[in-house]
Ligand binder design. Structure first.
Ligand code: 16G
Ligand code: MG
Length: 554
């Protein structure tokens, strides 16, 4: 690092002192904390993003959001060149930067890292970092801190992309690195035109009519509501009413996380909505769940990420079976590899349903970076977490194959071409970088119209097994070490045998424990044939966790 670069860094970083006594960790969703604690961390992630851009010679994204957390929190996460999450190799660097006690230590850490990674600070290439933020008021000053971070690296430029959903920013980074136009206009245009294409390819006679045509979306009083309002104007064939579009407090009694965890109606919904198809976004619009308001109560029937996945799998499988029908001589590969990626939290009934469709279902640990990475191994990989975060990934080779079919004039069956066109439209509609509530919603809506299904029909695909989640505060959650996608505990020794003995007492019992990645707790998930049994299993395993790990209350 030359003297000019060093003195710029020392000068600017001294204006962003870290808060005393706070240790930040780069969790599954970057740094997240009360907004008042984050200015220096955001500044430093700006530095990291500039270095990452120099190292990869590609555009990097920085998103300022705390998703479904309360409005006083904020956070920052990094989008890698593919539009996915920051590579895990750089997470320890992010943590040591954020926790450096003063400017001198900070510059030392940077200098060592730059040498180790052989990053050319004064080469030809200039770094470019796209910045986005959600609607939180604290985002304004944090965005400024991020800009200063990028500007502290001599050969780096920041580009403010505006107030965005998290998936929009990831989409823009990916598009830009593929040499495509990456504005919001391009994003809306791609979503609306691929949605239109899917509707045009609907077999005649499938369309649903009547009250079911209407969709009501709870926008969590966040950025997703605003963007859906803009997108709505470009869509024909969809009747959407957006509620909770910013007049109330972000995420307070609203949004996908609230709806999925509490299973009650969000603010602004009530008896008049019984029977109508409803959906909820989270605060930064990367999660989507559907629901139905129950008559005479504030309870809802939840149609969660698992069920969205089942709907997508069913539709894609239908298109693949058309494509793979024998008869035509085509450039068909031996077999399309369609992979379904779930976590241990997926309801057992959803896994059985997907397996019974003959699909390959695999499991990874919790967290988008794990499920996304696994899904990318297939021709078509679908991942969803029950909480509503998920997408469908298409490999480049498979997209080329679909393009070939589409343009193959010798095909006798136009049905094949239609199936290929539908799959191509899905690949353009559904966000290839990360789970996206806006694009997920449009795909759900297009598939329901294609099948001629109501939400009630969709919800009947299978019935969830009763489940219970608990959290246990323990002395050290890191003492829990899991294997097999978090389904087995290997440490402390003996606990898994004790859990197995409990599970054996319950019909259709399934239970696992894992250390949380976002909270200082161990989580317990249990499932069984009745709610009482699921509760009983969860509580007895929580007790075991307490005995083996030592409760903080004792
Ligand atoms: C984060 C993850 C989400 C995961 C959740 C689990 C991302 C972008 N988000 O919100 O995928 O389901 O953490 O939280 O990766 P936990 O570890 O506290 O149970
Ligand atoms: Mg979110």
């Amino acid at each position: 690092m030359n003297d000019k670069q060093r003195s710029i860094l020392l000068d600017i970083s001294s204006r962003f002192s870290p808060p005393q006594g706070v240790k930040l960790s780069y969790g599954t969703s970057g740094f997240r904390a009360d907004a008042s604690l984050l200015e220096s961390a955001v500044y430093r992630v700006g530095l990291l993003a500039a270095l990452r851009s120099l190292k990869t010679r590609a555009v990097i994204g920085l998103m300022i959001t705390a998703s479904h957390n309360e409005i006083s929190d904020n956070g920052i996460k990094v989008a890698d060149p593919s539009g996915g999450m920051l590579t895990q190799d750089w997470e320890p660097f992010a943590e040591s930067l954020a926790n450096a006690p003063d400017s001198y230590t900070l510059v030392e850490i940077l200098d060592d890292f730059v040498k180790k990674e052989k990053i050319a600070l004064d080469g030809e290439w200039a770094a470019e970092v796209f910045l986005g933020r959600d609607t939180r008021p604290s985002g304004v000053s944090l965005l400024e801190a991020a800009k200063q971070g990028v500007a502290s690296i001599v050969k780096a430029n920041a580009k403010d992309m505006g107030v965005l959903t998290t998936p929009q920013l990831h989409w823009m980074v990916r598009a830009r690195n593929k040499g495509l136009e990456a504005s919001e206009h391009n994003y809306f245009d791609q979503l609306s035109s691929s949605f239109r294409c899917l509707l045009e390819l609907i077999p005649q006679g499938s369309r649903i009519v009547g009250t079911n045509d209407k969709l009501i979306v709870d926008g969590a009083d966040g950025i997703g509501a605003e963007k859906l309002e803009s997108l709505k104007g470009l869509l024909n064939g969809l009747c959407v009413e957006v509620r909770n579009s910013g007049n109330g407090v972000l995420n307070e009694g609203v949004g996908a996380d609230y709806v999925q965890k509490e299973k009650v109606v969000p603010r602004g919904f009530g008896p008049a909505d019984v029977g109508i198809r409803c959906a909820s976004f989270d605060g930064d619009a990367d999660r989507l769940v559907y629901f139905l308001v129950q008559p005479n109560s504030n309870k809802i029937e939840l149609v969660d990420g698992d069920k969205i996945m089942a709907l997508f799998a069913l539709f894609l499988e239908e298109q693949l079976s058309i494509l793979n029908k024998s008869g035509d001589v085509t450039v068909r590969p031996n077999q399309t590899r369609l992979g379904i990626v779930q976590t241990a939290y997926a309801n057992g009934a959803s896994t059985s349903y997907l397996k019974q469709l003959g699909l390959e279902v695999v499991f990874t640990p919790t967290g988008v970076k794990h499920v996304h990475e696994k899904a990318a191994e297939y021709d078509i990989g679908i991942y969803f977490e029950a909480n509503g975060h998920g997408t469908v990934l298409f490999s480049e080779a498979y997209l080329c194959y679909l393009e070939d079919i589409n343009s193959n004039l010798s095909l006798t069956s136009t049905e094949k071409q239609k199936a290929a066109s539908r799959l191509l439209a899905v690949s353009k509609l559904i966000n290839q970088a990360v789970g996206d509530a806006l694009s997920g919603l449009l795909l759900v809506e297009a598939i329901l119209q294609h099948l001629g299904w109501s939400i009630q029909r969709w919800n009947e695909l299978y019935h969830d097994l009763p489940s219970r989640q608990l959290k246990v505060k323990v002395l050290d959650r890191a003492a829990v070490v899991t294997a097999n996608a978090e389904t087995v505990v290997v440490k402390p020794s003996g606990i898994q045998e004790a859990i197995n003995a409990e599970i054996a007492k319950y019909h259709k019992g399934r239970c696992f424990i894992r250390p949380s990645g976002t909270e200082d707790v161990v989580r317990v998930y249990a499932e069984a044939s009745t709610q009482e049994a699921a509760d009983g299993l969860a509580y007895s395993v929580a007790k075991l966790a307490d005995q083996f790990l030592g409760s903080t209350n004792s």
